[in-house]
Ligand binder design. Structure first.
Ligand code: SF4
Length: 302
């Protein structure tokens, strides 16, 4: 049977610039199309080229040989889950290669996630406030999606602008907390490494840690990093109003990411103050709410 073909915009090696695995070296496989159109999107419009399974694997192998070792193969977009038939061919091959798989997704296509979750090591899931994207609300889809995602290591990212509606933000936080409470077993943590595909480990100490492959001799280490700039005073409103409730180790971090406009979001003091306020509100509902700007934008790398 002929292999599926997917529209791939780019395949490259760089540092993961978002979320809880920021700074790790990843191979990125960017798919072209998306099922929605966020007002702030800076990825749509990159043309895609037909890649079949063999061409994709060859590109990844070459990249890993030249710039490896890599912590993950990051499937990004666009929306990777639009290409679920292709992923059902690709993901088992990536696991055969002993690569860990990282799915960056807008958190809507839960039926597609169900078909590939067993080969996915980490889900980096967006939740999309309509007040920011100017799309419709995807609350119900996000809820169905998160119920599946929590079988694996998961974090949630929310891009926030100054237009975010506080009521909508609280509703999204409450949905997340509701899923954590009802669908993550008490005493387990949703951080499951290679080859562990179910809730089979009550004691986090028993969970095997990932072992990265040893660097290949002579492998190039350069990523072509541009001139960096450090974050200094951000003027974030205080989010600490006392001791936060820390209970059973269940952690699905919510990452609040400042939206970029004409300037990068983290360079806008007003937006950063608002994010501090959102963090305070979020921490009244969730255990782990972080403000994290995009590292690759700060470092000016791809
Ligand atoms: S979900 Fe992501 S790729 Fe799709 S339009 Fe929104 S920001 Fe762009």
């Amino acid at each position: 049977m002929p292999h599926q073909v997917a529209a791939v915009s780019e395949i490259f090696s760089s540092l993961q610039g978002e979320g809880t695995h920021m700074g790790e070296r990843h191979m990125f496989l960017r798919f072209e199309a998306c099922n929605i159109h966020c007002e702030y999107c800076d990825e749509l419009g990159k043309p895609g080229y037909d890649f079949d399974l063999d061409a994709t694997l060859e590109s990844l192998k070459r990249l890993d040989k030249e710039f490896g070792p890599h912590s993950y193969v990051s499937l990004t977009g666009g929306e990777p889950l639009l290409y679920v038939s292709f992923l059902k061919d690709l993901l088992p091959k990536l696991k055969e290669m002993r690569w860990r798989t990282y799915l960056e997704t807008n958190g809507i296509l839960w039926q597609a996630l169900e078909q590939v979750i067993s080969w996915t090591d980490l889900v980096a899931m967006d939740v999309k406030p309509a007040s920011v994207t100017k799309e419709r609300s995807f609350l119900k889809e996000h809820e169905a999606f998160l119920k599946i995602a929590v079988r694996k290591e998961t974090f949630i990212k929310m891009v926030c602008s100054k237009e975010i509606d506080l009521g909508e933000f609280k509703e999204l936080c409450e949905m997340i907390q509701n899923v954590i409470t009802r669908h993550c077993p008490t005493g387990a943590i949703p951080i499951l490494w290679n080859k562990i595909n179910k809730w089979d480990c009550e004691d986090p100490k028993e969970i095997p840690r990932p072992s990265l492959r040893a660097p290949q001799s002579g492998a190039k280490q350069s990523l072509g990093l541009g001139t960096g700039s450090a974050i200094s005073e951000l003027g974030i409103a205080s989010a600490s109003t006392g001791t936060l409730p820390r209970n059973d180790g269940i952690r699905i971090p919510l990452i609040l990411q400042p939206m970029s406009g004409e300037i990068e979001g983290h360079e806008d003091p007003e937006l950063m103050r608002l994010l501090g306020e959102l963090q305070t509100v979020g921490l009244g509902i969730l255990q782990d709410v972080r403000i994290v700007p995009r590292l690759h934008k700060i470092l000016k790398i791809r």
